[in-house]
Ligand binder design. Structure first.
Ligand SMILES: Nc1ncnc2c1ncn2[C@@H]1O[C@H](COP(=O)(O)OP(=O)(O)OP(=O)(O)O)[C@@H](O)[C@H]1O
Length: 265
């Protein structure tokens, strides 16, 4: 690949949201083509993804639904460059991830993708503000600018009074708010959320989901969320199902909802 993917400008949606159906389809931000992923266990090989095809357009909100063990986390890890497929390819803003060096892949993740995990994955020895600022420090952002952004984001997620708290001094919902702020600090175009409400009670889960959706609309983000929970998936205008290692089913259309041309499969 002649051009490193990390040199792609960090473009985001217009902030208008996915728009009305008369709006022309936005360009794909992410494409998966015939993705195959196998895990090797000694002599045995478990084929978890068996040819996943997915086109996700800028500004889309897609839920990937599937039973426990269906391969949702595996797919999100591939889409976000945390792991590599055995076959097939992933294009981010039209450019393949394949062939990127470890360093370039890690730059790609740092600059272009925000991750939100079920178990938050905060560093226990850092306080909320330091956790949020970490990806900015990795991106070599000016420390004062990183702190300014971190404080602003923590205030946005409702934790203005908890900035100096360590993860163990925060509730699960608060930890997930910190993780959301951390995911946003480098202003990624894409947020990948893996069961973001999976460890939370239903009311807190609803609050976290609402927060994610508000922030997505404010910033024109593309959001891809994996869930096994139909009630959570129901919040997404577009839902696909991962069954037997492939994407199944049509993308349902809500007549009054956001544009659904954002997702194809
Ligand atoms: N590193 C690994 N080595 C071997 N097998 C793995 C590995 N990671 C995942 N698997 C297996 O791959 C399958 C898919 O796992 P994955 O975590 O992607 O599913 P999931 O749909 O996210 O499940 P859940 O909803 O329970 O988190 C599972 O059967 C799992 O046991």
């Amino acid at each position: 690949m002649s051009e490193s993917i990390s040199s792609i400008p960090n473009t985001r949606g217009t902030g208008l949201g996915p728009g009305a159906s008369s709006e022309p389809a936005r360009p794909p931000i992410l494409e998966a083509r015939r993705l195959v992923k196998r895990y090797r266990m000694g002599r045995r090989s478990l084929e978890v993804l068996r040819g996943v095809n997915l086109v996700i357009r800028e500004g889309a909100f897609l839920a990937i639904r599937g039973a426990s063990g269906a391969g949702k986390s595996t797919l999100l890890h591939l889409l976000g460059g945390l792991d590599v497929p055995d076959e097939g390819e992933i294009l981010f803003q039209g450019r393949p991830l394949a062939g990127l060096s470890e360093t370039a892949l890690s730059r790609f993740r740092n600059r272009h993708v925000g991750f939100v995990f079920q178990a938050y994955h905060l560093l226990p020895e850092l306080d909320a503000l330091e956790n949020v600022c970490l990806p900015a420090r990795m991106a070599r952002m000016d420390p004062r600018e990183a702190e300014r952004r971190g404080r602003e984001l923590l205030a946005r997620v409702g934790l203005g009074a908890r900035m100096e708290h360590k993860p163990a001094e925060l509730s699960g919902g608060e930890q997930q708010r910190v993780a959301i702020a951390r995911a946003l600090i480098n202003e990624p175009a894409l947020v990948l959320a893996d069961e973001p409400t999976g460890n939370l009670d239903s009311q807190t889960g609803e609050e976290i989901l609402r927060l994610l959706l508000e922030i997505r609309a404010e910033r024109g983000l593309t959001l891809v969320m994996a869930t096994h929970d139909d009630r959570v998936a129901a919040h997404a205008p577009a839902v696909v199902e991962l069954v037997d290692g492939v994407i199944r089913g049509q993308v349902p259309v809500q007549p009054t909802g956001p544009d659904l041309s954002g997702v194809g499969c």
